[in-house]
Design a protein around this ligand. Sequence first.
Ligand SMILES: Cc1cc2nc3c(=O)[nH]c(=O)nc-3n(C[C@H](O)[C@H](O)[C@H](O)COP(=O)(O)O)c2cc1C
Length: 350
Amino acid sequence: MVTWLQRRAIAVLVGTRAPYYIIGMRIGNLNLEGNLFLAPLAGVSNRPFRLLARRYGADLVFSEMVSAEGIIRAQACSLDMIKFSPDEQPIGIQLFGADPSSLHEAAAITSEQMKPDLIDINFGCPVKKIVNRNGGAALLKDLSLSQKIMEGVVLGAKAVPVTIKIRSGWDESSPVYREIGQIAEETGISAISIHARSRAGKYESAANWETIGHLKDAVSIPVIGNGDIRSPEDAKNMIKQTGCDGVMIGRAAMSNPYIFRQTKEFLSDGEVKTKPSIENYIALALEHATLNAENIGPVRGIIKVRRQLGQYVRGFPGASKLRPLLHLVKTVEEIEQLFDNYLKEQAVVE
Ligand SMILES: Cc1cc2nc3c(=O)[nH]c(=O)nc-3n(C[C@H](O)[C@H](O)[C@H](O)COP(=O)(O)O)c2cc1C
């Protein structure tokens, strides 16, 4: 395994302009062109949003978390959530659950029927409904169960590499990420993403990137750092401070999918060239709404995308008046009309 320092030395020797950061990654048998990941985001990282993230520079996208029980019971919504199209790839499908044999079976079904690039296991979800059934972050309290789950999924996934996504521990007094990392390595897990907070940390305190560096020191499989990347500069700082192999972006991508392209530019040239205008964000909003209407349906697709449209106009002059109107739209045409009116009004103001 080539360490980050060795890679950096090689990059310096061969004269790459940005020796630190823009690196292809190998996860098991999967080769990625770069190291920027769209985080799994329940309710958000569905097919349309994954397509957008790929179009705007993500090197691999993760699905929303999908219930292992739902897959083995052939529930329509779970089966729909593991589907994807080739233009979203590379893609990781994230499974959640607490029963090793269910997760094993779900991984086997997912790998055989869908052939994703990765299967990921959720060890970080803090939501009560999930942790009360011992899934998500609750697994961080039971390392023996966690090990069985990893073994089961690796066996079920067969040739598809398996990754895990963890938090640092259940609470601040139980930082188990190193132990989980070592178990992962021993059971054949191919990479670990770490959201640098405990379950108890929820989102209230700042992510503690030190844990990412400590995990990187404790394992030799690739580590993907996650938590509070809001800009290309943050991504560079995380890699620099922690030595992580890749970075995963969640909330910042929800309001700005361009962040992947911008981060790539910044990591390779030290400068962000993509500076989207208001018109670019409007085009992005329409692209997202159209993809939603096509993939989810003309009514439900638009209802589902409204909140995110509101996020795309963040920073626009008059956004506080525009946003509530976007939250009421029902069709792509209405969205177009709304933006047309907005641009005309802005032209008058100027
Ligand atoms: C709306 C939303 C949904 C999320 N859903 C999932 C999920 O399904 N699986 C998961 O592992 N993490 C999930 N997360 C956590 C994110 O993947 C990520 O770890 C977290 O947002 C921190 O990264 P960020 O600071 O870049 O947003 C979710 C977060 C948000 C905000």
